[in-house]
Structure formats: C-alpha cells, structure tokens
Write a new protein. Structure first.
Length: 215
C-alpha cells in the first residue's frame, strides 16, 4: 500500500476508498488565477477573508481539498472533501475582559459546538459558573448549589437574571446525570446564556474601565 491510501480489509480483499492519487493531482497556486483565492471565515481569527489557496488536491471524481492561508492572521486551514473548513468557527460571541481560567473554559465550550460535542459544551458551561464564583471569592470545593447562591448574594446575579442563569446549571446537570441524547438547540442556548452572564460580569466592567480610568 502506498502512502496516503486508506484500506479496509474484508476477508482477503482490500477495498480502497478514493484517496491519494499521486503528486500529479496537487496544484500549487501563485495568486494569478481565480483558483488561488477562497472566501471563508477563518476559525483562528473569526474573520471573513479572501484567503490564499496555497495548494489544492484535485483528485478524480472527488471534491477538491484546499490548503488555505488566512490573509488576516496568517494561520492555516483546510477545506476538506466534505465542503467544511477546519478548524471551524467557534460558536458564540467573543467576550473581552475574561480572567484566564474563565477564558480557557469559555473557549473550550465554544470549540465543543464546532465539533457537535453538545454534552461536553453544557458540562463546561456548568463548570464556568464554578470558575466565576471562585474567581469572585467563593470557597472552592463547596456544593455546586452554593456557588450560585454566592453569586446572587454578592449581587453578580440579580433577580431578573436568576431564571436563565439557573438554566445553565440545570442543563449542565442533565448533561451530567441523564442519558438522554444531546440536544443541539439546548446546548446552543446554554452557551448563549453563559456568554451573556460573562458579558455582564466581566465585559461591561472591562469596557467601562476604558472611560473611567481617563478621568
Ligand atoms: Zn485568520
């Protein structure tokens, strides 16, 4: 078997999926043709770009594969046979002013959505509540419910917010404790509630500092 071919062995026969067909199918682009550019949203910098196609693999009877370079951040992506660009664009908004631990957890939750890992997304969103409470002074290792009451007592979660913040906890609990199948819509809403909470707790303060520190 030559490099790049994939094979599945059934009995004594090897069935090969259409795969590597030699370097003759690889085309390098120099920017002078229409095929040298590809419009996509870069998963690294979340920007819509007309990216440079470094090279393409144009096999017979199959969709092309293109290696892309972002003209905004200079990072690389791949347009795969399935028509998707990898890495994908993280779901949900960027939130500024997050402490490092919270930022890492929030990024992870957003990335989960790009690979349809809905249960994992909800588990991390629930964990973000814990990160936020501890970052704001709650004692680590307490029962989960105490983190939410702590955020309420300290005024980070106000009465109008309580209902939807509690949904983050409830959805996380379902993801942890029940075997029901993952639900994309629910995971999307869990992530959006989490984003809103982080926006109110961190981003608004971060933004306002730009103005208050000048006076
Ligand atoms: Zn980019």
């Amino acid at each position: 078997m030559t490099g790049g071919e994939t094979g599945i062995i059934y009995g004594s026969q090897v069935h090969r999926s259409m795969g590597y067909q030699g370097h003759r199918s690889v085309t390098k682009h120099d920017g002078s043709t229409k095929e040298s550019w590809y419009s996509y949203i870069c998963g690294h910098c979340n920007t819509k770009v007309s990216g440079a196609v470094v090279c393409g693999y144009y096999g017979e009877e199959e969709p092309p594969i293109k290696w892309l370079l972002c003209t905004n951040c200079g990072n690389g992506s791949v347009l795969a046979k399935d028509g998707n660009v990898y890495p994908g664009v993280p779901f949900g908004p960027n939130i500024d002013g997050l402490p490092e631990d919270v930022l890492e957890a929030y990024k992870e939750a957003r990335n989960c959505m790009t690979v349809n890992a809905f249960t994992s997304c909800e588990l991390i969103c629930r964990k973000i509540l814990m990160h936020v409470a501890v970052e704001k002074g709650a004692k680590e290792g307490d029962k989960f419910a105490t983190y939410l009451s702590y955020l309420e007592e300290q005024g980070f979660v106000t009465p109008p917010m309580k209902g939807w913040v509690d949904l983050i906890r409830q959805h996380g609990n379902k993801a942890t404790h029940s075997l029901e199948s993952p639900d994309k819509k629910r995971a999307e809403s869990t992530l959006m509630f989490t984003a809103e909470l982080l926006r109110l707790i961190y981003e608004m303060e971060h933004m306002s500092k730009q103005y208050t520190e000048e006076t």
